[in-house]
Design a binder for this molecule. Structure first.
Ligand code: TXA
Ligand code: MG
Length: 314
């Protein structure tokens, strides 16, 4: 499997985007389903392929800050600091939108989500196009985000003209979304922790949550077909795993003794990296129940807990 794309693949992908088509591409978080942010019908077709409600806003990806700023009406001091510190990287900034740009991508909102991803294939593609690419995660609405090109193919198949293969995503969970309007607010936990955001901004803390129509903030999201049961600790895991067709995921020290283990992470980074692939493989094997022991601690552990709790929501 390659981790780069050839020049001719990038040129082909750029042509597809320019003519209003869809290209799936790797980022360091998850794979995106991209369309030119400046072609309304192209962005509409993202919603059709994902089977996602039209009113849900999509992140616009760019290769540099000045291109991102073309989509914004305001760029406050917090946005300046966060972009300088974390871009390219797993951070999305929500800022007031330039009213003349990307209204469909923004789901008609007066704000826009912007991100520079940290992946060579994504950056090559964005640089080659020279303007914004609207891209949600490249999965059907409500299902688990794809972290390999195969996952994208399994979900979307021929509905997307081209899938650029950049290998497995490094981080494996979606970007942290920070609203930079007045006081900064974290709208979705992700690859960068609330502590890191607060520290860089010189604040004691940053509010988490807030009002948004973000699908990643719906309780039921990121869900496999199998039922997910989250556990605070592994004490009764063997008894819970008796009988049915069960798979177990967790930190190595919690789950290593248990049969049916499909993910035993040595670090929380490894947990995040393998999480979605593990949920998908449990489904592929037809498992009925996934027992997930929650990782402890702050930072990325909190993001993994967030995704598991959403996957387990009834
Ligand atoms: O890591 C990521 O963020 C990946 C990669 C492909 O960049 N993208 C991703 O996109 O996770 P998606 O569409 O699956 O989730 C984007 C989230 C949604 O919850 C959406 O509602 C929120 O970002 N969002 C986008 N624009 C917004 C806006 N203007 N205001 C509030 N939330 C916004
Ligand atoms: Mg998504």
């Amino acid at each position: 499997m390659s981790t780069g794309a050839t020049r001719s693949e990038i040129e082909h992908a750029t042509e597809i985007l320019r003519s209003g088509g869809l290209v799936a591409f790797p980022t360091e978080t998850v794979y995106g389903l991209g369309a030119s942010a400046d072609i309304d019908h192209a962005v509409h077709s993202i919603f059709e392929v994902k089977r996602r409600p039209q009113s849900h806003p999509v992140i616009v990806h760019t290769h540099d800050v000045s291109t991102a700023q073309q989509y914004a009406a305001e760029w406050n001091a917090h946005a300046v600091t966060l972009a300088a510190q974390f871009w390219p990287g797993p951070l999305t900034l929500v800022v007031p939108r330039n009213p003349n740009r990307a209204s469909v991508a923004a789901g008609g909102l007066a704000t826009i989500g912007l991100r520079i991803p940290d992946h060579p294939v994504a950056l090559d593609l964005l640089r080659s196009l020279g303007s914004g690419v609207a891209a949600p995660s490249a999965n059907r609405f409500g299902s688990v985000s794809p972290t390999t090109a195969e996952h994208v193919w399994d979900d979307l198949g021929d509905d997307v003209e081209l899938i650029l293969d950049g290998g497995p995503c490094r981080s494996g969970v979606e970007s942290t979304i920070v609203e930079c309007i007045d006081e900064p607010k974290i709208l979705r936990l992700g690859g960068i922790s609330d502590g890191e955001i607060a520290e860089v901004l010189g604040l004691d803390g940053v509010a988490i949550g807030g009002t948004t129509s973000a699908p990643g903030t719906l309780a039921k999201h990121y869900s496999p077909r199998a039922r997910v049961l989250v556990l605070e600790h592994a004490d009764h895991i063997d008894r819970l795993a008796e009988g049915g067709d069960v798979r177990v995921i967790g930190m190595h020290e919690d789950v290593t003794m248990s049969p049916h283990v499909i993910l035993a992470a040595q670090t929380v980074e490894e947990y995040a990296h393998g999480l979605y692939a593990a949920l998908r493989s449990a489904d592929d094997e037809g498992a009925g129940l996934i027992l997930a022991v929650l990782p402890k601690g702050e930072g990325l552990a909190r993001t993994v807990r967030d995704r598991l709790q959403r996957a387990a929501a009834p």
